[in-house]
Design a protein around this ligand. Structure first.
Ligand SMILES: Nc1ncnc2c1ncn2[C@@H]1O[C@H](COP(=O)(O)OP(=O)(O)OP(=O)(O)O)[C@@H](O)[C@H]1O
Ligand SMILES: [Mg+2]
Length: 368
């Protein structure tokens, strides 16, 4: 899937903007506050109907305007078509593809994206819920039917927790809900584990390429000690869980652990190395998706050169080029990346100022 044309209106400081996108590398550059990240937000809206910067869509809509609209002409294995999304201040949402309304699950499969921005550091430094979201995104695309398994588990967890909150539970009722919880927990864990096993070789290959000097190992932790049965652990933690009003063992505690040697990677790696490791994780997810589906993800990379020296930036850029993925990359100054890609790369340079497109050119060309 690729975007061939993009048209955005009323998104943050951008009142109206459109351009033809290059099939591989698109560099969006300009001064601070010129609207570079806002363009990535627009593309993200087109993928999952919300921004990656905020959960409240009203912040994305230009102040004083009632709604934002984003359109893309997309080329995909199904022949592609025109995709449009409209979000209003009141929270109403309308998504249309090839002239018909579509739901969010259809949308999510239509235009899979990977975002790499300063929040991506949370994959290493942030709470486990960030890493669970990462696993579940991958497993959703890896295994058809994952979503119903995930929903089944969430339902079982919610029911068990509401039972715990009551303070007293009949033994027979507890047994029924434990059985239900364990059944869904084991199914969900199997799918998550299968996904991470498939992801690991891609992560090892890309992190070796991007950050050769340190080897970061990745391990899936399912949320309980699997040397013991989940039933046994639920029984052992029952009194405490009753006091706290929630279930303390199970897939709701799943996590990914990153290690360099026997040390936690978050404590060991430098800032630039962290950026490369979390990027390798996102790129691995995209690479696995592409290998399975036969079509690459779109990468949105906010401020790619930040924190990276010339050598590491160079290998990152080379990886992106050979991945065959369409990339939208923002930066204040594009010269360091242009040095790597040179004129033989078929890329577009999009220059912004105060929310407006001021120049668009192919790499190595003068202004269009
Ligand atoms: N809801 C809004 N309505 C109007 N303008 C907004 C709104 N939200 C943010 N802005 C403005 O829009 C611009 C957002 O720019 P954006 O974050 O895309 O900049 P950027 O080019 O990525 O900058 P940087 O290089 O600092 O990351 C800022 O100038 C901000 O003040
Ligand atoms: Mg920005």
């Amino acid at each position: 899937m690729r975007i061939s044309r993009l048209k955005l209106s009323n998104i943050r400081s951008i009142s109206a903007l459109s351009f033809d996108a290059a099939p591989d590398i698109n560099i969006i550059h300009g001064p601070n506050g010129s609207g570079k990240t806002s363009i990535l937000e627009g593309i993200h809206l087109l993928s999952i109907a919300r921004s990656f910067r905020t959960h409240q869509s009203r912040h994305v809509i230009t102040e004083g305007q009632p709604l934002t609209t984003c359109f893309a002409q997309i080329d995909g294995p199904d022949g592609g078509g025109s995709l449009g999304i409209e979000r209003t201040l009141q929270g109403e949402l309308r998504v249309r593809y090839r002239g018909e309304d579509i739901d969010l699950t259809t949308l999510a499969s239509l235009m899979p994206l990977q975002v790499i921005d300063s929040d991506t550091f949370n994959l290493l430094d942030g709470s486990p819920s960030v890493r669970r979201q990462f696993i579940d995104w991958g497993a959703f695309h890896h295994t058809p039917g994952f979503i119903s398994v995930w929903r089944g588990f969430q339902r079982a967890l919610k029911q068990r927790n509401s039972l715990l909150k009551r303070g007293t539970i009949e033994r027979s009722l507890k047994e029924v809900w434990d059985r239900e919880f364990i059944l869904h927990a084991e199914r969900l864990t199997e799918l998550r584990r299968a996904y991470i096993e498939a992801l690991l070789p891609h992560f090892a290959e890309i992190s070796e390429q991007l950050v050769r000097e340190v080897k970061t190992e990745l391990k899936f932790s399912p949320g309980w000690d699997t040397d013991q049965s989940l039933q046994q652990l639920l029984d052992e933690s029952f009194e405490r869980d009753m006091r706290q009003g929630f279930t303390s063992v199970g897939p709701q505690r799943a996590d990914l652990r990153f290690k360099v040697g026997n040390r936690a990677a978050a404590e060991h790696l430098s800032r630039g190395q962290k950026k490369l490791v979390v990027s390798a994780l996102k790129l691995a997810q995209g690479q696995l998706y592409a290998a399975q589906r036969g079509q690459p993800c779109v990468y949105l990379i906010d401020d790619l050169p930040a924190e990276l020296d010339r050598g590491h930036l160079g290998t990152f850029c080379e990886y992106l080029k050979q991945s065959g993925s369409q990339c939208f990359i923002t930066c204040v100054e594009p010269s360091s990346m242009l040095e790597v890609w040179g004129t033989e790369t078929d890329g577009a340079l999009i220059q912004l100022e105060s929310g407006q497109l001021t120049a668009k050119q192919r790499f190595g060309e003068s202004d269009e």
